[in-house]
Design a protein around this ligand. Sequence first.
Ligand code: GLY
Length: 424
Amino acid sequence: MKILIIGGGGREHAIAWKAAQSPKAEKIYCAPGNAGIASVAECVNIPVMDFDAQVKFAKEKAIDLVVVAPDDPLAAGAVDAFEAAGIRAFGPRKNAAILEGSKAFSKDLMKKYGIPTAAYETFDTPQAALAYLETAPVPIVLKADGLALGKGVLICNTREEAKEGVKTLMLDKQFGSAGDRIVVEQFMTGREVSVLSFVDGKTIRVMTSAQDHKRAKDGDQGLNTGGMGTFSPSPFYTAEIDAYCREHIYQPTVDAMRAEGREFKGVIFFGLMLTEDGPKVLEYNARFGDPETQVVLPRMKNDIVDVFNACIDGTLDQVDLQFDDNAAVCVVLASDGYPEHYEKGFVISGLDAFDGKDGYYVFHAGSKFNADGATVTNGGRVLGVTALGDTLKDARKNAYAATEWITFANKYMRHDIGKAIDEA
Ligand code: GLY
């Protein structure tokens, strides 16, 4: 099969790397890809939102399967565009990607179908939101309704912070039209867990659990980022919690989308909070998580191309999804200053240290080739260094050892990825 992957970050590198192991993958393209993805796929310089150019390319190359990975093209209807041209595409159609694309939609869905989540109110005007906040309990959470690069969630400890947040989202429009409507949500406490799953419209196959580290600095300090590191599995996600979530959250979500006439095919990412009252949904994403994918896929035993096809064909009930009984840790190497101001274009050394080393992976998030053909930094998050281990502690030791193999100017990382493992 000829496969085209849409996207150009660490998640797409992990997907391309996994797809390249399939005997069915005769040729892989990635649009736009990056310098690391170029080691497993041919990168083509087409932006993720240019559906016309992607469809034209897919027709020219007789692509058999497209995998749309990022949220923005999914929410804007990339899968619909490929299907309209008669090209098989993995991912939710626009009417199902709304599960991530509108926080108000997903909260209303959960309320309607009794799926556990935090109490909330939705507001279309800043006046109404501010009036509500006069008496609402704090801490409180504000969420931009639309997509905001994962940064549209504000946790407000005081009423004043919450009012300032309404101004940021709805009046100053920090995230553009994503903040035209906001969800104001009860603050939940507990451990966060990310659970990715494959879905074919009716059947769901749950992958292994993971945990992300969203803040830029050690001790969960600093600004929110796209994710500074992950580990898998989460030792806090017990068999009992898994059973509860399958019965009350996972299958009910798939059934709810179907009942609404929004059949979901692709990956549902359940962002969960393990509260004292049981697991609750913090958020849904309609795609693989990043960097969760960088610890989940190296542990997956199945041929991912088979799983993609089963999701599209509605035959996921015939797939026995399996994961190795081991652990993985990913430490993101970023450019100092991320997620605000950072420089790009620094030469990255040490990448070849990963060649031929089983259980060690370097997934590129932001890299490119310079005019001399050297691999240079090209983003805030630059690389995801992932290592496997028999245990989470081994995997963490291995991952941090491997971060030392890489050098580039302004290299920055957190030093406490997986610290929670010690509390398990
Ligand atoms: N790691 C969180 C996300 O992918 O949105």
